[in-house]
Write a protein that binds this ligand. Structure first.
Ligand code: DQA
Length: 139
């Protein structure tokens, strides 16, 4: 099982700041992950939450199962140490994904507290980043 976990406000994709995130909806993101998984012959579960305690519980579940995780921590990327600490417990791969290129945006988005415990980071490729992350894990 590969978990694809999405943080706050990502359920609003499609109408959320379309100049930055485009008009691709959250459902498009889910569909892409499911189609990619089917093509690769792997099982994925795609989840989204606006509550950090729920994300931490999901990360603990991945820890207990030794599962790989594709994570878009959204705004938590930049300050949530509890989520970083949960990520640090993972024994499987952790691919941090951002739809936008956070390095091109406001300076406070340039730093990720998650990247130091991630296997790798993909930013700026829109939902294609999720496909690439899944392909990497499946290999
Ligand atoms: C994001 C980038 C974050 O800075 C922002 O808070 C998000 C989305 C991205 O996918 O580009 O919510 O993680």
């Amino acid at each position: 099982m590969i978990y694809v976990l999405n943080g706050p406000n990502l359920n609003r994709l499609g109408t959320r700041e379309p100049d930055i995130y485009g008009t691709t909806t959250y459902q498009d993101l889910v569909d892409l992950c499911l189609t990619t998984a089917e093509d690769l012959g792997v099982t994925v579960e795609v989840r989204q939450t606006n509550a950090d305690h729920e994300m931490i519980d999901w990360l603990h579940q991945a820890v207990d199962e030794g599962a790989d995780v594709v994570l878009n921590p959204a705004a938590w990327t930049h300050y949530n140490i509890a989520i970083r600490d949960a990520c640090a417990l993972l024994s499987g791969k952790l691919i941090e994904v951002h739809l936008s290129n956070i390095h091109k945006r406001e300076e406070w988005r340039h730093h990720s507290v998650i990247s130091g415990v991630a296997t790798g980071v993909i930013a700026g490729l829109g939902i294609d980043g999720y496909r690439l992350a899944l392909e990497h894990i499946a290999r």
